[in-house]
Write a protein that binds this ligand. Structure first.
Ligand code: AMP
Length: 249
């Protein structure tokens, strides 16, 4: 089984991103970048399937600027076999990403495409679903457990209020949720080995995909600063304030 994993470079989830003062977007100048956390989970799932002898090859694809090579190297250090960077210096919207991944699928003929459930920068939660639709493949989104048997996947999905288990015929698209796997830290020897693994570089034009944006960001603003709390002297005062000021009682 051949697996493609889509891994996006996003702002490091541990840093606080500020909005630009003119509200035109987030301030990304000299901000630390990292692999989207859900994509790390997807890479981990793919690598575990390879270690279990189920997958034969894991190819990681990233669409982004030259720096996204670092995201690919991280995936290679975790155990993926080779990388593909589709170089785009402007943000690429989910539909264009899905079209590019579809073109990659046409060239690579994988049995499974793994993506994260959403990218933490745009929170779109669209790419995996759009890719499955464009390919006409089955999809299992928000996966928290995947087992492979007889040309199909059994996928447990995290749905509101519980878990749903479905069977999906291969080839398929699966999007990784938080509990699917705990991503490993790459060891130093594996980081060194990853430097020798191949990364191919392409452009959207190589796949004849137009990545011009269809959406216009009107305004990006930070949430209002939290008001300072107050200390109350008695339980009675607490009830009284909850009643008269907060209006919750
Ligand atoms: P989104 O629909 O933007 O929330 O992204 C969902 C998933 O699609 C991500 O977790 C990635 O696996 C994949 N994806 C989105 N954008 C990219 C990109 N530029 N490069 C690689 N994978 C991407």
């Amino acid at each position: 089984m051949k697996i493609i994993v889509a891994a996006k470079m996003v702002t490091d989830p541990n840093i606080k991103v500020r909005a630009l003062s003119d509200g035109s977007g987030p301030d990304l100048a000299s901000v630390k970048m990292a692999m989207n956390p859900f994509d790390e989970i997807a890479v981990e799932e793919a690598v575990r399937l390879k270690e279990a002898g189920i997958a034969t090859e894991v190819v990681v694809v990233s669409i982004g600027p030259a720096k996204a090579t670092e995201t690919l190297r991280t995936a290679l250090a975790m155990g993926a076999d080779r990388g593909l960077l589709i170089r785009a210096d402007q943000p690429v919207e989910p539909l264009a990403v899905a079209k590019l991944l579809k073109a990659v699928v046409a060239k690579e003929s994988p049995d499974l495409v793994l993506t994260g459930k959403q990218a933490i920068d745009d929170d779109s939660n669209q790419t995996g679903q759009m890719l499955a639709a464009l390919l006409g493949w089955g999809q299992a989104t928000f996966a928290s457990k995947v087992t492979v048997a007889d040309g199909a996947l059994q996928v447990t999905r995290e749905v509101d209020g519980g878990l749903q288990t479905i069977s999906v015929r291969l080839p398929a698209v699966v999007t990784a949720d938080l509990r699917l796997k705990e991503p490993r830290y790459a060891s130093l020897p594996n980081i060194m080995k990853a430097k020798k693994k191949p990364i191919t570089e392409k452009t959207p034009e190589d796949y004849a995909v137009n990545v011009a944006p269809r959406l216009t960001v009107i305004r990006v603003e930070e949430p209002p600063a939290r008001q300072a709390g107050i200390k109350v002297a008695t339980v009675q005062e607490l009830f009284q304030r909850l009643h008269s000021e907060a209006g919750v009682l």
